[in-house]
Design a protein around this ligand. Structure first.
Ligand code: CO
Length: 190
């Protein structure tokens, strides 16, 4: 069984572009979000941003275990504190880093009914929202690393992605190992 979408990987220019605001919340967007959620669940993810499936629009889907949610045209209006935690990304397969981000945020946007959303989020939830919002701005995890760590990461990624040799199988396998790795206490954000 294949997912409705193929998750775009590091090196794909769509991941580096600024996504545009959604202008219409309609049945077409609902269908796209359903397909993104299916893709996300297939990859054992808890969040997925539109650019990761090649759509240059500002929305993302997520599920913290309370059912599927969508945030459209999100804005982080406040952020507080600092929190260091391990973080990965399905578009940057097989790699995880400790990254500092604000611990608490306030996020606003719209849901698929066009209703306004206004949420306080903490720790993992706050991190997921910041991570997905980064995707909408063309920002990847690597941009949060210091120069030496980033150089090492790029070297590893070049090998990983070259090894793919046109096939995504290996990266997906590595990513899944990362996700299910026991005892890491880490979080893979798609
Ligand atoms: Co990601």
């Amino acid at each position: 069984m294949s997912s409705p979408y193929t998750i775009r990987l590091f090196g794909d220019p769509v991941l580096r572009q600024m996504a545009k605001d959604v202008s219409d919340i309609d049945g077409k967007l609902v269908k796209v979000c359903d397909s993104m959620l299916e893709t996300m669940y297939d990859d054992a993810g808890i969040g997925l941003a539109a650019p990761q499936v090649g759509i240059q629009k500002r929305f993302f889907v997520y599920d913290f275990g309370d059912g599927p949610e969508t945030i459209i045209n999100p804005t982080i209006t406040e952020s507080r504190g600092e929190w260091l935690h391990e973080e990965g990304c399905l578009s940057v397969p097989g790699l995880h880093w400790e990254i500092v981000r604000p611990k608490e945020i306030h996020i606003t946007g719209y849901d698929l009914h066009g209703n306004e959303i206004s949420l306080e989020a903490d720790e993992l939830e706050a991190r997921l929202f910041q991570h997905e919002l980064d995707h909408l701005d063309g920002v990847l995890l690597l941009d949060h690393l210091d120069e030496d760590t980033r150089k090492a990461a790029l070297a590893t990624l070049r090998e990983t992605l070259l090894d793919l040799d046109g096939s995504r199988a290996k990266a997906q396998e590595q990513e899944k190992r990362g996700w299910f790795r026991s005892g890491s206490g880490g979080l893979t954000l798609p």
